[in-house]
Design a binder for this molecule. Structure first.
Ligand SMILES: NC(=O)c1ccc[n+]([C@@H]2O[C@H](COP(=O)([O-])OP(=O)(O)OC[C@H]3O[C@@H](n4cnc5c(N)ncnc54)[C@H](OP(=O)(O)O)[C@@H]3O)[C@@H](O)[C@H]2O)c1
Length: 250
């Protein structure tokens, strides 16, 4: 089967490409660095020739609800349009646990994406996952300031991006399934502790200061809104196991 991975050069998307190829599928990445722009449609028609399923793992780095909504709605509409032209029969989108309950900041765009996918013209699957273990280094890169890094107070049950990628390829193989059970890691963690542990493993000793973000989004991060319920599928690898497996400094 030929699988196109929107955001196929990103943290989880690159692992979806790897996993699809390991299972004998043909996989192409849709990303600006691969000549495809999801916000303008550049390169999309050619890239989707012969594709059976599009797995959307694209993302934008913003905390603005407006910018996030603009990106995810434009990219989803562009993908739908090109999928119809190319005869793609399955649109599989990756969203975040809590996007339907905490529609603020970045999550507003994810919620808008979810609604468009469910109402869209292409048979679909929607998977919500919790934060990836890779979220810790992503936050250190975004919120590290010299000897200091900031960590929003956050209840999270993170999962290895590799396990999310494996699950996405299985869902791609299964065909359109609508909204499926959410995916989370094996145990709840504290983001500040994850960031400190990641720094220590990389030989850094930054002070990681935990801050309670104000407003409804900050509250949602703290009160369990972005955790899964009992219906979740749980991954196997804990954050500490994932960290131990990685080379220091990566
Ligand atoms: N990170 C998490 O903890 C987490 C948890 C749950 C769900 N998710 C969801 O998983 C998805 C992937 O997250 P991630 O952290 O793996 O993302 P990421 O590493 O930031 O990767 C983003 C990808 O999107 C591509 N992209 C950005 N703008 C584009 C454009 N205009 N046209 C084409 N491609 C574009 C990037 O490639 P180029 O820059 O080359 O274009 C890159 O391949 C997101 O939808 C996110 O909401 C993430």
């Amino acid at each position: 089967m030929k699988i196109a991975v929107a955001g196929g050069t990103g943290a989880v998307g690159s692992l979806v490409v790897e996993e699809a190829r390991a299972r004998g599928h043909e996989a192409v990445a849709l990303a600006r660095s691969a000549g495809v722009d999801l916000t303008t449609g550049r390169g999309l028609d050619t890239a989707l020739e012969g594709v059976a399923v599009v797995v959307d793992t694209s993302s934008v780095q913003t905390q603005s609800a407006k910018a996030s909504t603009e990106f995810f709605t434009t990219a989803t509409r562009m993908l739908h349009h090109a999928e119809l032209q190319a005869g793609v029969g399955h649109h599989l989108a990756l969203s975040i646990v809590g996007a339907d309950r905490a529609p603020h900041d970045y999550y507003a765009g994810k919620r808008a994406q979810e609604l468009l996918v469910a109402e869209g013209p292409v048979p679909w699957t929607l998977l919500r996952a919790t934060q990836f273990h890779e979220f810790a280094p992503q936050m250190l890169a975004r919120l590290g300031f010299g000897p200091l890094a900031l960590a929003p107070t956050m209840r999270t049950q993170p999962i290895a991006a590799r396990e999310v990628a494996e699950h996405l390829v299985t869902l791609a193989e299964q065909g359109p399934s609508g909204e499926v059970a959410p995916l989370a890691g094996p145990r709840e963690e504290n983001l500040a502790r994850m960031m400190r542990a990641h720094d220590r493993a990389a030989g850094r000793r930054r002070a990681v200061l935990e801050i309670a973000l104000p407003g409804p989004f900050g509250r949602a991060l703290r009160d369990g809104t972005i955790l899964t319920g009992p219906d979740a599928v749980l991954g196997r690898q804990s954050f500490d196991e994932w960290l131990a497996e990685r080379a220091p400094g990566r």
